[in-house]
Design a protein around this ligand. Structure first.
Ligand code: ZN
Length: 421
């Protein structure tokens, strides 16, 4: 499917440094590659409650990575998916009395317009689960043939005209490295799996954690041609594995998403990548953004505590102020949004713009170097904002130096932080 229109990124003199990122699984910062093409896969939305500040925090966070990599001279290949068919989406559509496609399309459109407003660089490939179905079918057929996936008998009434073809599950026993990523005990894995749409108690599975790859036809649910698997629809983890493999090739340099995806989603999809390719390390680095709370709890539609980007903007917020709200927090931090965050960001934006109104401004070469250094050090946006605040203070001070640095300052925050002044 189409993504959205990327903002123009102004040119900057010189190049940024090699980017280091905190690797969630290693529990330590690690260097990304110094040169050559970079591949990035960031898990996208399930389009039923787009785009709250938690989503925006993730995508703006990885947008900094795209910008820093490009500034360092690397060609970036970026893929993001849209889980445009899955249980939560179908359940929400039923609750709303709405066609699931209509819900998915409208929420995906809203996400695109929010990303455009926030000046997030678009992925090179923006791929829906539905359009990835042929890839999933081919991969799951291969896993069945190789013995790394198996069928589980269907409940009464399922399976349409081919009820003898069961649902298909991955046999995690085929991947000796499964479970080594997130560092959870087996009992924890089982609990988190169950809390995130897994079905540890389904009869007929080899192991409780084995994830669904292909769900056969159910009455009232959409289904697609599944070749030898029978009609049905894809599981979530295999969707991301297949899209990443098809569009990025055998090695994903950085796999990203919100922290709530570490397990089971990323552990499972990486396991599928290992099994499909017979390689031990298809993902080089795992990066995860923090979660955003509101009124004391993680944002979720069921709790009714969503702060939507579109609503903030409709209420008069400048999208660049919303972006500054997010950048004021390190992407890995979890934090709680309050109205004071937006007020502070709005004031900061006004000061930054005020500093641009003169025709001179102090030298900005140091600012550029500081912002580059901050981003190369695990995308440290708060430190970058502080550097710009200091430049703005100097620019607005009485008798400020006036050597024409404002243009470079403007281009620095636009190109590297995505804030247009
Ligand atoms: Zn994913």
């Amino acid at each position: 499917m189409h993504a959205w229109t990327s903002p123009d990124i102004p040119a900057l003199p010189g190049h940024g440094a090699q980017v280091h990122l905190y690797d969630t699984l290693a529990g330590a910062p690690a260097p990304t590659r110094p040169e050559g093409p970079a591949t990035l896969y960031v898990c996208g939305i399930t389009p039923y409650d787009a785009t709250h500040l938690g989503h925006a925090n993730t995508y703006v966070g990885f947008d900094l990575l795209v910008r820093a990599w490009r500034d360092a001279g690397r060609e970036v290949r970026y893929v993001q998916n849209v889980t445009d068919v899955d249980d939560p989406l179908l359940e929400r559509a039923t609750e709303n009395g709405q066609d699931w496609r209509e819900l998915a399309d409208s929420q995906t459109d809203l996400f695109r317009s929010d990303m455009t407003a926030l000046r997030v660089v678009a992925p090179d490939h923006y791929v829906g689960a539905v359009e990835a179905i042929p890839l999933v079918v081919e991969a799951v057929e291969r896993m069945v043939a190789e013995g790394s996936a198996y069928r589980v008998a269907l409940p009464e009434g399922a399976g349409g005209t081919e009820p003898e073809l069961g649902d298909v599950y991955a046999d995690l026993a085929a991947d000796p490295l499964f479970g080594t990523g997130a560092g959870l005990e087996p009992e924890q894995m089982r609990r988190v799996f169950a809390d995130n749409g897994g079905d540890p108690d389904r009869p007929g599975k080899h192991e409780p954690l084995d994830p669904l790859l292909w769900r056969r036809t159910r009455p009232g649910e959409p289904d697609w041609d599944g070749g030898s698997l029978g009609r049905g629809r894809p599981g979530w983890h295999i969707e991301c594995a297949c899209i990443a493999l098809h569009h990025l090739g055998p090695v994903v340099e950085v796999q990203g998403g919100g922290r709530d995806l570490v397990f089971p989603h990323h552990e499972m999809s990486e396991s599928h990548l290992r099994v499909l390719q017979h390689t031990p390390a298809p993902v080089l680095l795992h990066a995860h953004g923090g979660l955003v709370a509101y009124e004391g709890e993680k944002m979720s539609k069921s709790r009714g505590n969503l702060v939507l980007v579109s609503e903030l903007v409709a209420g008069g917020a400048d999208p660049m102020a919303v972006r500054l709200v997010l950048l004021a927090h390190h992407y890995r931090d979890s934090w709680e949004y309050t109205d004071a965050d937006l007020a502070a960001a709005t004031e900061r934006l006004a000061r930054w713009r005020q500093a641009m109104t003169g025709d001179g401004g102090p030298a900005a070469e140091d600012l550029l170097a500081e912002v580059r250094a901050a981003l190369a050090d695990d995308l440290d946006a708060p430190t970058a904002l502080a550097a710009m605040d200091r430049w703005v203070d100097a620019a607005l001070a009485p008798g400020a130096a006036d050597v024409g640095g404002a243009e470079l300052a403007r281009r620095t925050v636009d190109a590297l932080l995505g804030v247009a002044l």
